[in-house]
Structure formats: C-alpha cells, structure tokens
Design a binder for this molecule. Structure first.
Ligand SMILES: Nc1ncnc2c1ncn2[C@@H]1O[C@H](COP(=O)(O)OP(=O)(O)O)[C@@H](O)[C@H]1O
Ligand SMILES: [Mg+2]
Length: 265
C-alpha cells in the first residue's frame, strides 16, 4: 500500500467540544491514519471513545480543533456528495417509495433521468428490494429500511462511504445477513468504506483493517491488519471463524476492549 493510494488522510486530528458552563471535553486526540482507496477501514472502540466524532469530521459535519483531514489531497471543509453517509437510525423519507428514496439524491445532483433509472435498477437489485420498489418505508422491516439507506447512498456514487453503526438497530440474524450482503456489494463495487462499530465480530468480518481506539479521549491504540484473511475477503461468517488466526485476533481485541472499558471514568 503506497501513499499514492491514500484516499482520506487524517493528520494529528483532535476535537474538543465546548460544553455548558464553559468547560470543554476532548473527544479525540491526535488521530493520524490514512484510508486507502477501495479498502474497508473499520473504526472500533468502546462507547464514547470518539468513533462518531471521527466520522462526522470526515463527513465535514464537524470541524477539527487541530489537525487536518483531506480527501484526494483536498482539505475537507464541509459536506459534499463525494462522501455518503449511512446512520444507525433509519433515514428514509416516509412519504417517498423505496424507488423514489433511492433516486432522491441523484435528483438533487441533477443526474439525467436515464442514468438515474439505471442506477436505481442496479442498486435496488443489489440490496434485493426490486419487488418492493413501490413500497413505502412504513411497510418495510428494519433491515429493509437500512438496505434502502445503503442503496440511496451508493446510487450517488460517493468517493467514500461513511457508515456509523449501520446495523446497530437490527436483530442479530438480520444483522449478519446484512453484513454478508454489504461485503458482497463492497467487493463488487470496489467502494472505499469507513465503518464504525463496537461489535467485534462485525469488525472482523467486514474490515480490511481495524483502527482500534482507546477510551475517552479517543486515541489510536492499535491498527490491526487482517493478515489471517490472506489478502481475501471472506464472504461467509462460518468460513471466517474457521480460518486459522481468527480466534487469536478476536481474543486479542476482546482483551483490549475489556481493558479500555475498565478505563472509563
Ligand atoms: N456535540 C457534542 N458536544 C459535546 N460533547 C460531545 C459532542 N459530540 C460528542 N461529544 C463527546 O465526545 C465523546 C465522543 O463521542 P462519540 O464520538 O459520539 O463516541 P462514540 O461514537 O465512540 O460512542 C463523548 O464523550 C461525547 O460525550
Ligand atoms: Mg457513536
């Protein structure tokens, strides 16, 4: 991996929030890492360690107190369609059908109608919702709504997809189906992803690299390369957990998570 392929670069990024009463809280401190083009970079760490803060900075929804963030060498100054986001909560428009929800961002971006149709058809198929294209969000399950959100983001063809605990509100079974579906789409579309989770098996399944953050204030504790995957993405959970090295890395991360959890004041 050469510097050449760096997509997103964070250099010495810190974020301090002002809180009532004149105090302030340091959410993250001195974070530096690169997100490589077409990689899945997972931010993992205990609750409150600053994962969402980092994602919001990448999205341009917040600004760093110190340090810099660049995308393809350009400073991130605000939200832009080159970065798409999926949140934990369902964010479809209730008054629009599945198809219209997916199309919405492309309309704003003035994508020509024919191209819009082609992308809707493609991504609606990818998230397996073709039969539900005329349904409204209230007629869908949680997993289906999250698939709409993912398709909507992808249809805008962002340079980087930012996902903040996208499956956090789903039940366990739906969750792993969604993880497998997402990995399949990521692999086919070669997308660059930054995904936030506090779920260790989810991180191990989806990540090409895991950036592990220490508890408050968030700092990089360790970056795990997924060497045990031998340069491949493993499409099923069963296959993954049977790979030599999986259990060891899961144990190491669990141990780190426990240490960090006990550091929370
Ligand atoms: N807008 C804000 N104002 C004040 N404090 C904030 C704000 N956003 C986040 N924080 C604080 O920053 C820390 C990190 O929060 P967050 O990034 O949401 O963590 P995570 O996503 O890892 O759970 C927490 O202590 C949180 O209370
Ligand atoms: Mg969060």
């Amino acid at each position: 991996m050469s510097d050449h392929a760096s997509k997103l670069v964070l250099q010495n990024v810190s974020k301090q929030f002002a809180v009532k009463g004149g105090d302030s809280v340091v959410a993250i401190r001195d974070i530096s890492f690169d997100v490589i083009s077409s990689e899945v970079c997972v931010l993992l760490g205990p609750s409150g360690c600053g994962k969402s803060t980092i994602l919001h900075l990448m999205a341009g929804l917040e600004h760093p107190t110190t340090g810099s963030l660049t995308l393809d060498g350009r400073q991130i100054v605000g939200p832009n369609r080159d970065r798409g986001m999926v949140f934990q909560s369902y964010t479809s428009f209730p008054w629009l059908t599945v198809e219209k929800n997916i199309e919405y961002g492309m309309r704003l971006n003035k994508v020509p109608e024919q191209e819009r149709r082609a992308r809707v058809d493609f991504f609606i198929g990818k998230v397996k919702l073709t039969r539900f294209r005329d349904a409204y969000p209230k007629q869908l399950s949680g997993g289906m709504k999250q698939r709409v959100a993912i398709a909507r983001m992808l249809a805008n063809q962002p340079e980087v997809s930012l996902m903040d605990e996208p499956f956090g509100a789903l039940d366990a079974e739906t969750r792993w189906h969604m993880q497998e579906l997402l990995l399949d789409i990521i692999d086919e579309t070669q997308m660059t992803v930054v995904l936030v989770t506090h779920d260790i098996p989810e991180a191990l399944f989806l990540a090409d690299r895991i950036v592990f953050l220490s508890s408050h204030p968030g700092q990089i504790r360790h970056i795990f390369k997924m060497d045990f995957k031998q340069g491949r993405r493993i499409p099923s959970k069963e296959e993954l957990i049977e790979m030599p090295g999986y259990v060891e890395i899961e144990r190491e991360i669990l141990h780190m998570m426990r240490q960090e959890a006990s550091n929370v004041d």
